[in-house]
Write a protein that binds this ligand. Sequence first.
Ligand SMILES: Nc1nc2c(c(=O)[nH]1)N[C@H]1C(S)=C(S)[C@@H](COP(=O)(O)O)O[C@H]1N2
Ligand SMILES: [Mo]
Length: 551
Amino acid sequence: MTVVSINRRTVGRGAVAAASGLLAGYAALAAAELTASLVRPQAGPVTVIGGAAIDRTPPALKDFAVRTFGENDKPVLQLGILATVGLLAALLGMLSLRHRRTGAAGVLALGALGAAAALSRPNAAGAGDVLPSSAGAVTSALVLYLLVGRAGGPAAARPSRPSRPSGGDGTANGSGSGSGTVSDAEPAVWNRRGFLVAAGATALASTGAGALGRALTGRRGEGATASRTAVRLPAPASAATRIPAGAGLPIPGVSAFTTPNKDFYRVDTALVVPKVDAGTWRLRIHGKGVSRPRSYSFADLLQRPLIERDITLTCVSNEVGGPYAGSARWLGVRLSDLLREAGVTAPSRGGRADQLVARSVDAMTLGTPVEEVMDGRDAMLAVAMNGEPLPFEHGFPVRMVVPGLYGYVSACKWIRDIELTTFDAYDPYWVKRGWARRAPVKTQARIDTPKPFARTPAGTVAVAGVAWAQHRGIERVEVRVDDGPWQEADLAAQDTTDTWRQWSFPWQATPGGHHLTVRATDGSGEVQTERRTRTIPDGASGRHSVFVTAD
Ligand SMILES: Nc1nc2c(c(=O)[nH]1)N[C@H]1C(S)=C(S)[C@@H](COP(=O)(O)O)O[C@H]1N2
Ligand SMILES: [Mo]
């Protein structure tokens, strides 16, 4: 091919081509979003590619993302995808300048990639899921072809040559390529205006299509939202024990004893929060050792005797001292009751299934030991959190909660199916990715105040925080200043062994820098280990420590 001479004109056309590519990418996303709103919002290209990326992220990178971006990991991923799409679109735009068909083919190939990702999602609903990416690709290929033509095809770059189809790459045989008779004097005027009009129209139409798509998607969630608003929560048959007055310390900086829903940590793989209509929701219980398979509606569950319990939930991805723990008052159906009704017996009593696999509407799978669910602890199918129906982010209409187990082996949100099976027969989502099959919560103490690297006046400083060892309880918390002896902290009243426990320590701070370290002893008498481990495969261990300067 001829080497493009780098002059102002080619650079200008390159920029116009790149801009055309970006516009084509924008049109693609808008068309895809509109189509997805009609087919299935979860089938949109950014969502399916993001989902595929999340599923394939190596644990170490996932850990890094959670550590670095915290709960912004999803927006960061989406921005990353958008930036990549933008870059590819700009490059394809520039490619189209010289090889229009190749540019269009590249766009279609990207669309095919999106469609493949859509089909490979575990929650793919069917062949219709390929439509959003396909619609986006076709729209974008057309836009690109049209706009780059307006920008002036290769003929315009070589004004001295007579216009003719340039061998094989079809670059000058299209309709919009300056009509093939571009002369040196005129093209800029006609092309610029034609380009600007076409570009403006594309931008407008895309913006409109995108907005319409978002509005339609919003409408789809309306049934679910209405069903949530309509929920009347029954009074519990078994109320939670009253939280002792002294369970929450009046020390600024300490986590609230009960975490408000809006502050409750959120960890899941859902790029689009599932909006489930409680009116049509059903839960199936089936599998090994289930002599009476069952199916329940949301109303069925609400009619049963409900238990209300305060339970602290923790994520296995929580680093020592990290934020992924929260405590709420849950209302729900005792899970062991439902299992017994279905004919399930605990493995220790000869039951055939030792693993309960919960599936969500977004095709997440979580595996929970049947023994723990049936050992008398308050494992439940929760319908409410802190006095209101579950927020959509936290699993409306129904989720599992099992005291003492990390969320990834117990706390299925948006649950729709419970299958009884064995640990030998099936590995759920996180286990396939290197996490442990069984994961009881490890004993942890966290210093909430002072914050790491805080400066504080010398003298008495209130050091305080929370400690948790769900289902074993917290018996003792100790603080060490620098390399000094372990000193007993004051424990706030214990609510239940399933909730975290606050502690405080009046530290006599001397001027200078100090390391404060904390350790807890759980209800079984075991002292929190000093051995540092990573979060993978079964939760971080080690002791939280902060460096504080007193002056
Ligand atoms: N459907 C679904 N349920 C899920 C998850 C998920 O990704 N999808 N993540 C689990 C994990 S890892 C944790 S720690 C808890 C977090 O619950 P929360 O977001 O309500 O705090 O939900 C669990 N349930
Ligand atoms: Mo988690």
